[in-house]
Design a protein around this ligand. Structure first.
Ligand code: HEC
Ligand code: HEC
Length: 374
């Protein structure tokens, strides 16, 4: 995918669409969790949590039966894996595991080998418990900040566990796990949550993400060009380019009552990932988002201010719906400019700009901002 980035001809809409699906707003609401996370002894051993982890989000059950791994599998036999609900939420929203993530793998022996449903492996008794925790402070020396714990493979389980040496657990996870030391390839629940984000995960540090940001600066690339005419409609935010730039410079949109209360780091490549942005909704868009409409009405629009690292305004991104039908982005007017004084060379200006609409297609009728506004 990366290879294609700077060869505009090769950038099929589909490629961009997949690529762009990796960007997604991730503001996690700070909220009290109903489920406590495991705690540590003063000496740094992890205390075995009570079994309420069985009420966390269940993600899958790898099975390594002893029968196929004689005389005994390293982790016999069923592995029921649970992730803390807060961490699952974060994964679902961003495709990343946050600092503090806890994943439990509970071992269960094969019980019966047949049932009225047929021959097979059926879960018998609980037999063991392993836990992994990502913590960039406590485990700052572990690769990926993941530490691994085990309470044994027979009952009664140990009450506490020291972190295993890196080579014992971490190294294999680092080498073979699909996502950030976690074997998501074997957890359909995590895979499905990731697929819902377009099958790709957010990694704002990635070279690919940064390349996309530079691509957005390349005003000559095909995908920055409009693919449809902009119809003349009534809208609070003008769609005629000269008029729009003046409107932005005069900051008329600041009169909208629906606006984010402060700047927050951008998750999209607008100017550069991580730089502050702030979103303003015109009344039509605000009403539509408030009513949780699946599609937004003609005339509804959004202005996003883009700041530099020092907090100086350095441009705007704008989208205005110009037809009831979004027509894969052609029913939207897209505009982005990275200057506050010179309106002559916008990054994009017009309907159906593939670069913009491709990425925004994962939004709610192309809108990615989280509502209610923060
Ligand atoms: C040889 C490679 C290997 C080693 C060594 C290893 N694991 Fe794993 N681990 C896996 C695989 C593969 C999975 C997923 C499939 C499964 O459970 O069989 C897994 C899954 C896990 C999970 C569930 C969360 C996740 O990351 O997918 C935990 C917890 C875990 N292992 C703990 C440990 C502990 C504790 C040790 C060290 C005592 C350890 N592992 C050593 C391969 C390994
Ligand atoms: C790589 C993905 C990506 C591309 C390409 C992209 N955007 Fe965005 N855009 C985002 C994300 C993510 C947000 C959510 C807010 C944030 O974090 O900046 C967003 C927010 C916005 C917003 C605020 C409203 C909303 O939907 O949240 C506007 C307006 C906007 N983008 C316009 C544009 C325009 C115009 C273009 C094309 C020049 C464009 N975008 C290209 C990812 C993208």
């Amino acid at each position: 995918m990366k290879r294609h980035l700077f060869a505009p001809r090769a950038i099929a809409g589909v490629a961009i669409l997949t690529l762009c699906a990796s960007f997604w707003p991730t503001w996690t609401e700070a909220q009290e969790s109903a489920y406590p996370k495991p705690s540590f002894t003063a000496g740094g051993a992890l205390i075995r949590p009570d079994v309420r982890y069985r009420e966390w989000v269940y993600v899958g059950t790898p099975l390594t039966p002893n029968a196929l791994n004689p005389p005994e599998a390293p982790f016999p036999e069923f592995h029921n894996v649970y992730i803390h609900p807060d961490d699952f939420d974060h994964w679902k929203n961003t495709g990343t595991f946050p600092d503090g993530t806890v994943i439990v793998k509970e071992l269960v022996l094969v019980g019966a080998t047949n049932a009225v449903s047929g021959n097979g492996y059926f879960q018998g008794e609980f037999s063991g418990l392993e836990i992994t925790i990502k913590d960039s402070e406590r485990f700052k020396d572990e690769p990926g900040y993941w530490a691994y714990f085990s309470y044994g493979h027979s009952y009664p389980l140990a009450d506490t566990s020291e972190a295993f040496p890196t080579a014992a657990c971490n190294a294999c996870h680092e080498a073979s796990a699909a996502d950030d030391f976690v074997f998501t390839q074997f957890y359909p629940v995590l895979r499905a949550a990731k697929a819902a984000r377009g099958g790709r995960v957010l990694n704002t540090e990635s070279e690919e993400h940064q390349n996309l940001a530079s691509l957005m600066m390349d005003k000559t690339a095909d995908i920055t060009q409009p693919t449809a005419d902009t119809p003349i409609i009534e809208s609070a935010i003008p769609t005629e380019v000269g008029e729009l730039f003046k409107y932005l410079q005069e900051a008329t949109y600041k009169q909208f009552t629906a606006k984010e209360s402060s700047n927050h780091p951008s998750l999209g490549p607008h100017t550069k990932v991580g730089l502050p942005v702030r979103v303003f909704l015109d009344p039509k868009m605000d009403a539509s988002l408030k009513a949780d409409e699946a599609t937004h009405p003609e005339g509804a629009g959004i202005v996003k201010e883009m700041y530099d690292a020092d907090g100086n305004l350095q441009g705007w991104a704008v989208m205005v719906k110009t037809a009831a039908d979004s027509e894969a982005g052609k029913g939207w007017f897209w505009y982005e400019i990275t200057s506050t004084t010179d309106g002559s060379s916008p990054v994009a200006a017009g309907n159906g700009v593939p670069l913009c609409s491709g990425c925004h297609t994962i939004g709610k009728d192309f809108v990615l901002t989280k509502y209610p506004l923060q």
